[in-house]
Design a protein around this ligand. Sequence first.
Ligand SMILES: Nc1ncnc2c1ncn2[C@@H]1O[C@H](COP(=O)(O)OP(=O)(O)O)[C@@H](O)[C@H]1O
Ligand SMILES: [Mg+2]
Length: 492
Amino acid sequence: MSTPKEIEILVRSKYPILYIVSWEERRIESALQTIATDLKRTLHVWTLTQGMKPSLLQTEGRSTLSPELEALAQIYQANEGTIFLLKDFHPYMKDPRVMRLLRDIAFKLRTRAQTLIILGPTLNLPSDLEKDITVVDFPLPDSDEIATVLDTAIAQIKDNPKVDTTLTPIDREAIIKSCQGLTLDEIESVFARSIVETKKFDQTVVLEEKQQIIRKSGILEYYPPINSMADVGGMKNIKEWLDQRSSSFTDKAKEFGIPAPKGVLLLGVQGCGKSLTAKAIAASWKLPMLKLDVGRIFGSLVGQSEENIRKAISTAESVAPCILWADELEKGFAGTSSAGDSGTTARVFATFLTWMQDKTAPVFLIATANDVSALPPELLRKGRFDEIFFIDLPELKEREQIFEIHLKKRHRDPKAFKLKIKPLAEKTDGFSGAEIETVVIASLQRAFHENRDLIQEDLVKEVEACVPLSVMMKEDMEALREWAHLRARPAS
Ligand SMILES: Nc1ncnc2c1ncn2[C@@H]1O[C@H](COP(=O)(O)OP(=O)(O)O)[C@@H](O)[C@H]1O
Ligand SMILES: [Mg+2]
């Protein structure tokens, strides 16, 4: 059911107070106007600067009440057949007098053809009001609405000979898809910008705009697909697993009855390619990737952290199908049981878990973690992730692959440069992928400094000079391995 329809039903069934969570004032006001007209009611809109429009005051006298209380007083005394939309009102909701009046209004309106609607970009509902107010999420425009905006934009400029308004069905589909996650105003602006910049409707302009918007949210970061699975050495099992699911996000798979995969948890030793694998998955599945900064979720204000996670989730869902990447998850969710933050971490975590369990939007979650002891056990329960992989230090064959990958990446094909990989791999037992990469880079630096090209000797020397982390943190690593052995699937 569409949200306007849902709101209409709530209004008709005399739900007294609704709280709509959205940034889109214009779009919501127009949806409410339509509902009001259909139900033969009048819509009154209140803003802090303009007051109530149309006004309900019999005489234009100066009121002694503050504006927000004045608005509520007007609503309390108003006749039936009305809908009130309050913008700018959410900051006042914590005032005890406002709370009292809202509860009185809720009681009175329950039996009347009168509805109060509060509109705000964030949800901060005092618990006193939870039972009196119904929260409605107003999702961003869906593909049908975006198509309408596009058609309107095309119609407006189709007579302009300088602009190319022709779109192949594929281009049209692509543009509509890339507009998902933007507000109506943003979509209109980005179309206008595209016309000015490129004289046509251009998907890349839309994607640029979208990155900008995601960046502004402050919690999510857009990652363009860069690495590919070929950049990852070893991890046979992970690669197989991903391969089997590579077309799970297509319409065809959906028709076939396959649910979109939920996500994976990559556990393991630092520097062994967890983050790299996450990026490679996004690239090989050709999905946009949003990185969730787990640390930044926890805002300083009460209620802000919960709001942040809700917003991050809904942004990700609006971009779907996509990958949501929660890197080093344990850093954010550590201490979910501690009482220090009056349960905020625990609540945020619960929101996240519920979402993981119930989500239907094709958002594939990739979580990584270095330290399992900090992860709450609920996270590892069945049904949250499709699979939990443990990425261990690379074995001999895998180290050969990793050496090869990093040498080739720096234009030193081992064969052409007469570099023998096998002895290097044998000498690097206990090295992580990141350490092997460091060896390659340091060797190149050594050669460059001595004004010649890379030789075997450089690599051997750098290997000998390196003390891998696995030696320095032997105990920690053993413990991790033992833990993972029982609970996770090996990556290779
Ligand atoms: N299996 C691997 N294959 C190729 N390169 C690797 C591998 N593991 C690590 N690396 C190199 O080390 C770098 C750091 O690894 P990263 O993915 O950040 O490790 P983690 O997230 O597990 O700590 C990568 O960018 C990559 O260059
Ligand atoms: Mg990492």
